[in-house]
Write a protein that binds this ligand. Sequence first.
Ligand SMILES: [Zn+2]
Length: 60
Amino acid sequence: MPITHVEIRCFRFACPECGMTDAELGHLATDDEIHCMVCLVDDERHVVLRRWLVEDHGQG
Ligand SMILES: [Zn+2]
């Protein structure tokens, strides 16, 4: 079966700096969400989120 659309992958995430998680923000991250918005807005720092696919179990 051919792939006719681009699948949007969703990641769970946690910020290694401020500790913000997907559960606290209430949404998952997409492929292009790699920086913590809280750190970016509050401190103007680009902190790379720890991310892992929702399908992956037992990690993180
Ligand atoms: Zn952060």
